[in-house]
Write a protein that binds this ligand. Structure first.
Ligand code: CP3
Length: 342
């Protein structure tokens, strides 16, 4: 089967299918016992991302178990700063810890080493395309520069990114210098993913929603547009899904200004907003991942609501954000069955 014939690709080209194709953000993850078993073999999370055998295996696990219509490359948004030479660490129970941003750190970044460093990830993409069922879409991804930068300004995960916002106001030149490097490396990395066999790409902007109007333009829209333009300048047929989380009121602006081909909706996006956006681009989403934890009636209601609201236009069924570790795997099977009408 050719890339454009795969269900997710047909929706990204604007087609409305009888039943939406389905995949889940973070579908390769700790809610699956088989993931935890493989993960135990690689104590260091970044080493795990760079291990082609292990990364291929965990990417395939949810496809085997559930038959999702898309596989997302197993990697992380922090491989890009890591490849540039920015100090990144994953600490058990704490998540990613990045060295605080400084001009000295930014000056040390080296675009020339990026692709060599990311070669194992591209090898994973190639392996995946060879091993996936022919009808399964392969998605590559990167983090949006603002979201990547949030963790380096704060140094760790925070709730509302107070440190990153203060940093962006106090020293916009420093943040710009870092983001410019991330934009350039992300373009190179995404083009390599396409060339390796990824059918389409997603840009994760998990922290877009904490920004004010000025910041949203400057730090989310601007860099994302540069990445979209940069990738499309080299690969004009590339399809790119943007995911600016918690940005319902700004989705229209985001879609029109960045040039993304489709947009991911989180669960707080109101039906009317989602339907307006769907007149402009295909949409992906948007059930609350906690309904998948709860199961039962709450799960059924959430699925049916998303299908009702988004069912009249091009739609890829997904959660409104990543599946969480406490999700019972059998709830995922029930969701797939119901979405497929089985
Ligand atoms: O299945 C997939 O979706 C593909 C792989 C993937 C991971 N991270 C693997 C991962 C993808 C697409 C991401 C994206 C990512 N990573 C984002 C954007 C999307 C989002 O979820 O908001 C962000 C902000 C990150 C950064 C990150 N990576 C954090 C904050 C953490 C720690 C929090 C946590 O869930 O533990 C990670 C670690 C991480 N990345 C895990 C996985 C499966 C869990 C780590 C483990 O297995 O120990």
């Amino acid at each position: 089967m050719q890339s454009h014939e795969r269900a997710v690709m047909r929706v990204l080209a604007g087609e409305k299918l009888e039943r939406p194709p389905i995949w889940m953000m973070r579908q390769a993850g700790r809610y699956l016992p088989e993931y935890r078993a493989v993960r135990a073999q690689a104590p260091n999370f970044l080493d795990f991302c760079y291990n082609t055998d292990l990364a291929t295996e965990v990417t395939l696990q949810p496809i085997r178990r559930y038959g999702f219509d898309a596989a997302i490359l197993f990697s992380d948004i922090f491989v890009v700063p890591d490849a540039l030479g920015y100090p990144v660490n994953f600490e058990e129970g704490r998540g990613p810890v990045l060295e605080p941003l400084s001009i000295e750190q930014v000056e040390k970044l080296d675009q020339a080493r990026t692709m060599e460093h990311l070669e194992p990830v591209i090898a994973t993409v190639k392996r995946l395309r060879a091993e996936l069922p022919t009808e399964t879409t392969l998605l590559g991804f990167c983090g949006a520069p603002w979201t990547v930068a949030c963790y380096s300004v704060a140094g760790h995960t925070t709730q509302d990114q107070v440190a990153a916002r203060i940093g962006s106001y106090k020293d916009p030149a420093l943040l710009t210098a870092f983001i410019d490097q991330l934009v350039e490396a992300s373009i190179t990395y995404l083009v390599a993913q396409l060339d390796g066999g990824a059918d389409a790409l997603q840009i994760f902007d998990t922290w877009a929603g904490v920004l004010d109007d000025i910041g949203f333009e400057q730090w989310s829209v601007g860099p994302t547009r540069k990445i979209v333009e940069g990738v499309k300048a080299q690969r004009p047929s590339a399809k790119i899904i943007g995911f600016p989380k918690a940005s319902a009121a700004r989705l229209k602006r985001y879609v029109e200004a960045t040039g993304v081909d489709a947009v991911g909706l989180d669960w707080t996006v109101p039906a009317e907003v989602a339907q307006e956006i769907q007149k402009i681009v295909p949409v992906q989403g948007n059930m609350d991942p906690m309904r998948l934890v709860a199961g039962g009636r709450a799960l059924e209601t959430g699925i049916d609501h998303a299908l009702d609201v988004l069912g009249n236009g091009p739609h890829i069924f997904n959660l409104g954000h990543g599946v969480v570790p406490q999700t019972p795997p059998e709830h995922v099977a029930e969701m797939v069955k119901r979405v497929k009408g089985l």
